[in-house]
Design a protein around this ligand. Structure first.
Ligand SMILES: Cc1ncc(COP(=O)(O)O)c(C=O)c1O
Length: 346
């Protein structure tokens, strides 16, 4: 038992910066370079995104995932549009109305779906509900990959959603704060989870995968990217010292840490899940397909674990336990030992 665990299971944003990104920060910190993204590292990173997705996509860095989602949705939508998203989607529950703020009138319409996922039938039903001029006009569907329940959409599910969106005239946005975790699970080419399935824009997260910050907005349709650099600047999200965002992304791609970090986090989540399933009275709530495990614990156990120094959040009807790129097997085992002790004492 430890009063102050070295690494928490509260969030992958609790983790620090991975060594490859630290080295990249030092490597780009030499002399002067053109500001606001006109530097060689930002150009190199944009090229790596094109290679990664095997597409002529446009990449824009912004400081946070919230900024990425809000500005991307604003680029897809007119102010009178609605965005269909899962009721638990981060854009809906945790962004303080940023998409509505950035898109000046856009309305998020939450839809329910099992395991944190939006299903084509739910998109069709929500889009069919009201089409008159007094209601918002459905303009886009927003999906989270991995989802807020720690599940992933496979290529077939995405294809079906993409087809439904096309039939209904909707654009497709993906909140990929944990896109790398989904990729590490599915082991398919990145194109299969994006443009091949009809995704128009991906907000590709690095912050939860070992970077200090700086997520990438990737447009697969260059028409939609038109004017995005002005939108980003106007919102105050154009970083002057862009090389310090681009450099760590280059390191993630070139060192392989992008998938390695995500695989490590996912593997630790599977270890945690296996241990939790061996404990009586513990219920795992969703399939564990990325780096999060949602559980219902026996009465009193969450409080006892908090008293022992563990931080974690109660979300979506359960306790969310989140592994990071730096989670060690010993962290997971220490948590499980403390939980076992708490359960026996309760
Ligand atoms: C699914 C998802 N999307 C977007 C974000 C937003 O990221 P940020 O906190 O960098 O704004 C988060 C952050 O937790 C998230 O979990």
């Amino acid at each position: 038992m430890s009063d102050h665990p070295a690494r928490q299971l509260a969030s992958d944003t609790y983790a620090g910066i991975c060594p490859e990104a630290v080295a990249a920060l030092a490597a780009v910190n030499h002399g002067h370079a053109a500001a606001y993204g006109d530097d060689a590292w930002t150009a190199r990173a944009a090229g790596l995104f094109r290679e990664f997705f095997e597409a002529d996509c446009s990449a824009f860095f912004v400081p946070t995932g919230t900024a990425a989602n809000a500005l991307a949705l604003a680029a897809l939508c007119r102010p009178y549009h609605s965005v269909l998203c899962h009721a638990d989607a981060h854009v809906q529950t945790d962004e303080c109305g940023a998409p509505e703020y950035a898109a000046r009138g856009v309305k998020l319409v939450p839809v329910e779906g099992p395991d944190g996922k939006v299903e084509p039938a739910a998109v069709r039903a929500a889009a069919a509900k009201r089409r008159d001029v007094h209601s918002h006009k459905p303009g886009a569907v927003s999906l989270s990959q991995a989802t807020e329940a720690g599940t992933v959409y496979d290529p077939d599910e995405l294809q079906a959603l993409g087809r439904a969106a096309r039939e209904l005239g909707l654009r497709v946005h993906v909140d990929g704060a944990r896109f790398a975790n989904a990729l590490a699970t599915l082991r398919v080419p990145p194109r299969a989870l994006t443009w091949e399935a009809g995704v128009d824009v991906l907000c590709f997260g690095g912050t939860k995968n070992g970077l200090p910050g700086g997520d990438a907005v990737i447009f697969f349709d260059s028409g939609l990217a038109e004017g995005f650099e002005y939108r980003r600047k106007q919102a105050g999200h154009l970083l002057a010292k862009m090389r310090f965002v681009a450099g760590p992304w280059i390191a993630l791609f070139e060192s392989g840490a992008l998938l390695r970090n995500a695989e490590r986090a996912n593997g630790m989540a599977r270890r945690l899940e296996a241990g939790l399933r061996r404990l009586p009275g513990v219920e795992v709530l969703y399939p564990v397909q990325a780096n999060a495990v949602f559980v219902r614990l026996p009465p009193g156990c969450a409080e006892a674990l908090h008293r022992r120094g563990w931080h974690f959040y109660t979300i979506a009807g359960g306790e969310r336990l989140m592994c990071s790129w730096d989670t060690e097997p010993g962290d997971v085992d220490a948590f499980l030992a403390d939980l076992r002790a708490a359960a026996e004492a309760s």
